[in-house]
Design a protein around this ligand. Structure first.
Ligand code: ADP
Length: 558
C-alpha cells in the first residue's frame, strides 16, 4: 500500500513539474518559434526585404540625380558669370566667348542670342573632328528655333529663382552614340525687358568620361561608408526614345559588369533623356533576400533544436532528482527496518534470559552471542550512517598511522569467522604477512572490509563462497574480497558506488540494506589515495579490489 502511494506521488510530482515546465517554458518558446516562423514565411512570400531594398535604391537614385543637377547648375552659373554684356561689338563678343571656352575646357560650345543676332563659338581644337563639327552646325541651327522661342523662354526663366534651364540632345562621338546637355540662361547684365539668352553646352566626352563617373562613384563610396554591407554599382543610360527595353550604359561605376539594373529612374530637368540604374555588385536583391530568409530559417531551426535539447536535459535532471528523492525515501524505510530487526532480536533474547527459563550454559552462551552479534550489526549500521553524514557535511576526518595491514585484516576477519561459517560459507583466506607498514586509518579500513564481506554474504544465494586476499602489487597493497554470488550487471557496476544506489535484483530487493556501504568504501579508499574496482559476472560472482598505495597520499584530514 505504502509503495503504491509513493509511486503515485512520484508520478504526480513528475506530472506537476512537467506541467510547469510546459506552461512556463515550452509553450512560450513554441509560440515564439511559431510566430517567428510564420513571420519569416510572410517575409518570404511578400518579398518584404526586396521591397525595402527597392525603396532604398529609389531614394538613392533620387539623391544622385539631385547631386548631378546641383553640380550642373553650379557649373552653368559659373559660365554665366563670365558672359559678356550683350550690347558690345560682334567681334568683341566672339573674343569673350572664346575666352570662356579656353577657361572652361569642359564646355564644347557657348552662344549668345540678343537683338543683334546669334553668335556661337566652339572649342577650336576640336573642330577637326567630323562629329564635333556636325554638332557645331546643328547647334548653330538653334538660332532658327530661338528666333521664335527666345521671348517665351526668357519669360519662363525670369520666373525661376535661378534663371537657368537645360535642354539635351543626342550626338555622336567617335562613331558612338553620345549625349549633350546645354544650359541656357538670361544674363545678369541685360535689361529685364530685353530678350537676351546665353548658352553653354557641356562637352559630351567630359560628361561621359568625367562628370557622370565622378558623381556616381562618389555616391557609391559615400553610401558604402555610411552603411557598409554589399557593394553597390550605379550607371547612367540613354532612355530609348522609341521605348525599347534594352539599356545601354553611357557611364557606370566600377563593378557594374553589364548586369541588369534592379531599379531605374528616368531623369528630369538637367539630364532629360537619360536614366539612372542601380544594383548590387556581384549579387541580386532576390538572391540576397533568399539568403537572408534561408539564414533566418536556419537560425530558427537551430534555436528550436537548442530548446528541445534544453527540454531533454531538464527532463533528465528532473528524473534524476526524482530518482534521488525516491532513493532517499527508500533509504529511510530500509534503515528503519534494519534498525528494528536487531533491536527486536536483542529484546527477545534479553527478555528470555531475564525470565530465567534458560538453564543450560550453552544455550545461555548462544543467546549472549546473538545479543552481541545483533548489537554489533546495529553499531556497524549506525557507524555507516554517521560516517555517511560526516562525509556529506565534509566533516569526516581520518587518522593515518603506520599499520601492519595483514594483522588488521586478519583481526577484522576473525570476529566475522563464526558468522561466516555459521551461514555455511566456504571461507578462503590468503594474507601475505610480509607486507611493509602502510599508513592507514585502521577503523576506516576495517569498516571498508566489513562492508565488502557483509555484501559478499548478503548477495550470495546457492554458491556460498567467500575469498579474501591481501597481497602486494608493485607500489600498492591490494585487498580483494570475492564471492560466487548473484553478481552485478555491467550497467549496475558503474552505479553501485553511488550513494543510496541498490541494484534491481530480486535478492537485493529482499535483502535489507541502506545503499551506503559501497559509497563509504569508495570514499575511504580515495581518502587513502587508492581506488576501488569491481569485476563481476551476473550469476557467477563478484570480486571487489581495493588498492592502497604503500606511501599513503592522504595524510591529511578529509
Ligand atoms: P547495500 O548493500 O546496503 O544495498 P551497498 O552500497 O553496500 O549497499 O551496495 C550497493 C549495491 O551493490 C547493493 O544493493 C547490491 O545491489 C550491489 N552489491 C554490492 N556488493 C555486491 C556483491 N558482492 N554481489 C552482488 N551485488 C552486490
Amino acid at each position: 500500500m505504502k509503495l503504491k502511494r509513493r509511486g503515485f506521488l512520484g508520478g504526480f510530482n513528475r506530472f506537476r513539474l512537467m506541467l510547469t515546465l510546459g506552461l512556463a517554458v515550452v509553450l512560450p518558446a513554441a509560440a515564439l518559434v511559431f510566430v517567428n516562423f510564420s513571420q519569416l514565411r510572410a517575409f518570404e512570400r511578400d518579398k518584404v526585404l526586396e521591397a525595402a531594398i527597392h525603396r532604398d535604391f529609389l531614394e538613392m537614385l533620387a539623391i544622385t540625380e539631385k547631386k548631378m543637377n546641383k553640380k550642373s547648375y553650379a557649373m552653368a552659373e559659373e559660365s554665366r558669370d563670365l558672359f559678356p554684356s550683350p550690347g558690345i561689338a560682334p567681334a568683341e563678343k566672339e573674343k569673350q566667348l572664346d575666352l570662356i571656352l579656353s577657361k572652361s575646357p569642359w564646355l564644347s560650345h557657348v552662344w549668345l542670342f540678343d537683338e543683334n543676332g546669334f553668335v556661337i563659338r566652339s572649342q577650336p581644337q576640336q573642330m577637326g573632328d567630323k562629329y564635333f563639327r556636325e554638332e557645331h552646325e546643328r547647334m548653330a541651327e538653334s538660332y532658327k528655333w530661338l528666333a521664335t522661342e527666345a521671348k517665351s523662354l526668357v519669360a519662363t526663366l525670369q520666373k525661376k529663382t535661378r534663371p537657368i534651364g537645360f535642354y539635351s540632345m543626342p550626338t555622336k562621338r567617335a562613331g558612338a552614340d553620345s549625349y549633350l546637355a546645354t544650359a541656357y540662361f538670361t544674363l545678369p547684365q541685360a535689361a529685364a525687358d530685353k530678350v537676351v539668352l546665353g548658352g553653354a553646352t557641356f562637352d559630351a566626352c567630359y560628361l561621359q568620361q568625367t562628370f557622370f563617373p565622378g558623381v556616381l562613384e562618389e555616391q557609391v563610396t559615400q553610401k558604402s561608408n555610411d552603411q557598409g554591407g554589399n557593394k553597390l554599382a550605379l550607371m547612367i543610360y540613354r532612355v530609348d526614345p522609341e521605348g525599347g527595353k534594352e539599356v545601354k550604359p553611357l557611364a557606370a561605376t566600377r563593378g557594374w559588369d553589364n548586369g541588369k539594373p534592379e531599379v531605374m529612374r528616368k531623369l528630369d530637368d538637367v539630364f532629360r533623356g537619360l536614366g539612372l540604374g542601380i544594383k548590387y555588385q556581384g549579387t541580386s536583391v532576390e538572391a540576397l533576400g533568399q539568403t537572408w530568409v534561408h539564414r533566418s530559417f536556419l537560425i530558427l531551426g537551430f534555436l528550436s533544436l537548442m530548446i528541445i535539447g534544453g527540454l531533454v536535459l531538464t527532463r533528465h535532471v528532473v528524473n534524476k532528482e526524482l530518482a534521488l528523492a525516491r532513493l532517499k525515501s527508500d533509504f529511510v524505510s530500509n534503515v528503519s527496518h534494519e534498525l528494528r530487526t536487531p533491536l527486536a532480536l536483542i529484546r527477545l533474547y534479553a527478555e528470555t534470559l531475564e525470565l530465567g527459563r534458560i538453564t543450560t550454559p550453552e544455550k545461555k552462551h548462544q543467546y549472549y552471542r546473538i545479543i552481541r552479534k545483533e548489537s554489533e550489526r546495529l553499531t556497524a549500521l549506525i557507524n555507516n550512517i554517521l560516517d555517511f553524514s560526516r562525509i556529506e557535511a565534509g566533516r569526516k576526518e581520518y587518522e593515518f598511522r603506520n599499520t601492519d595491514i595483514a594483522e588488521l585484516v586478519r583481526n577484522t576477519l576473525e570476529s566475522y569467522r563464526y558468522q561466516i561459517e555459521q551461514q555455511g560459507f566456504a571461507f578462503e583466506e590468503s594474507i601475505d604477512s610480509n607486507l611493509p607498514a602502510v599508513p592507514v586509518d585502521r577503523e576506516a579500513i576495517a569498516r571498508a572490509l566489513v562492508n565488502l564481506v557483509n555484501n559478499a554474504l548478503k548477495y550470495s544465494s546457492d554458491e556460498k563462497f567467500l575469498g579474501v586476499k591481501l597481497y602486494r602489487d608493485n607500489s600498492v597493497v591490494k585487498l580483494e574480497v570475492a564471492d560466487h554470488g548473484i553478481g552485478i550487471t555491467r550497467r549496475d557496476q558503474s552505479k553501485i558506488f553511488e550513494k543510496f544506489y541498490r541494484a534491481g535484483d530480486p535478492l537485493v530487493h529482499n535483502t535489507k540494506g541502506s545503499g551506503l556501504g559501497l559509497s563509504l568504501v569508495r570514499h575511504i579508499t580515495q581518502a587513502h589515495g587508492g581506488d576501488i574496482a569491481v569485476e563481476s559476472t551476473p550469476g557467477k560472482g563478484s570480486r571487489f579490489i581495493l588498492s592502497l598505495p604503500l606511501a599513503s597520499a592522504g595524510q591529511v584530514a578529509v
